[in-house]
Design a protein around this ligand. Sequence first.
Ligand SMILES: [Zn+2]
Length: 121
Amino acid sequence: MNRYRAIFDLLKIIFLGLCPSCLKDSIFNNIVILKKECPNCSEDFSKYNLGDADNFFVILIVGIIIMCGLILTEINYKPSLYTHIIIWIPATIILSIIFTRPIKSFFLYIGYELRRNQKDI
Ligand SMILES: [Zn+2]
């Protein structure tokens, strides 16, 4: 039962962008910019060095989706170059924004859990 609770909390943190410490406030200032600290529990987010891990996975996932869509569209419908540009550039921007929030939340959660486990030892 406790394991299901942990998985549910993890999904809430990832998809709603909640603070991993208190599960109350959002960790994002704007669409994808992280806050300096949680307004509810004052957890400092700047000490979790995410590096480029979140950006790498966003580029990887969005790149795979866009390239598969582009190739399938080209094979099946053979649209003009401008049609490809009109479809895939906005799709890339929108998918990048959609995938950045949960992936950034996930890596922040991993950093939080690693630090918490180090304190426990
Ligand atoms: Zn908090």
